[in-house]
Write a protein that binds this ligand. Sequence first.
Ligand SMILES: *Cc1c(COP(=O)(O)O)cnc(C)c1O
Length: 487
Amino acid sequence: MENNKSQCVKFYSGQEIPLELHKVRIVQKLNLIPIEERLKAIVEGGFNTFLLTTKTVFLDMLTDSGTNAMSDNQVSSMLRADDAYAGSQSYMRLEEAIMETFNCKYFLPVHQGRAAENIISQTFIKQGDVVPMNYHFTTTKAHIEINGGTIFEIYTDEALKVKSSHPFKGNLDIGKLKDIIKRYGADKVAYIRLEASTNLIGGQPFSIANMREVRKVATEHGIMIVLDASLIGENAYFIKQREAEFKNKSIKEVLHEMLSLVDVTYFSSRKVSSTRGGGICTNNEEIHKKMRDLVPLYEGFYTYGGMSIREVEAMAIGLIETLDESVISQSPSFIKYMVNELDKLGVPVVTPAGGLGVHIDAGQFLSHVPQKEYPAGALAAAYFLISGVRGMERGTISSVRDANGNDVLADVELLRLAMPRRVFTLSQVMYATDRLNWLYRNRELVGGLKFYEEPPVLRFFGGKLEPTSPWPAKLVAKFRADFGDSL
Ligand SMILES: *Cc1c(COP(=O)(O)O)cnc(C)c1O
């Protein structure tokens, strides 16, 4: 049943409290271990939160990738999986779900989002091409560059401001788009890429008004638009919330409008429906045929694309559930709550709240730590130490070194606290907020980090660091003084 009404619940007290619109029927025990044991864990993990095991982590806010909660319908659908190499009925159900959610005629299944990027980049990018986009994602950039393309990030001036009330910080700058087309010529522009709820700059959405402007320019110059729809449900939710024209539309109507404005759409099912997998959709038969042959080459037969049939079933249900506002609003409403609470407490947090997680401005939080000593990495490590909450560094450690071996300092130093859908309860989010507030009051105790083991590529995954002074021990002592024998 379609519901065009907003699903928010108001409290008599007037407080803005997110409400879980589901019940918890299967649970998993968490480990909240003493701070002294967490100190050992973070030292062993080289002060890199990627190198912690979940045995030592209390709330895992590293990422939303593959960590959203599955619904009862998703889990039960796996039992009716119709295992067949070719022509599986499960795949037919997935195609129907794609049609229903995205209104797309042609679909290609792949084993995850980056596999879609491989097929799209190989098909449409030639040596020397350029790809303008609102912001890059790590795997997207790598696939475009390996095929000889160059990316241009043409976000608006508002996008990187920490404090903002702009509802659509993910918009693409139309003036800059026209400049690039003029400078390189339309035939050098392989396609324009729009990423829904920009992953790396705070889960910030774009508007349909902006998409329409991009469409106009693209049509004028005969350029294709590719939509990265990995985080599209949240973007659609924000459009309904923040763009007046869509206030009374259903999520499905918003999605169909978004998809009607682009030529190719791809997504990672790890984000959209918490199963492995992904896909590419289009309504253009010619475009579809160009990409089609790469599916059996890299992924598997056309009716499973590298996924298990069980995943195909769960993905179909997950896509349909994306249309339900009481599902899709869960992460954004918890993020909004935490952002508002932190903002009230004066903790430097990116505003307005986005769709992926809570982003802390580590540059401001640890303004006494020089950027070359990695404030975002230090904050991620310190926060895990005092709370057991695991976030992700999105700053200079996630960047690279230049040809001379010097760090390329990141535009912004962020600690990202992802909010996987329907995984955490409100009291857990209150705990995460409380400990971050305590850390902010004691921020002077946190120092910097330096590498002692640094892989040449993707160093943020496997690199190991150590503190530049004995600050972790001081933090532990202060925690014990303030909290006694509390966990
Ligand atoms: C996660 C993600 C991808 C890559 O998807 P995988 O399934 O991890 O390969 C691509 N784009 C965006 C925006 C993402 O968030």
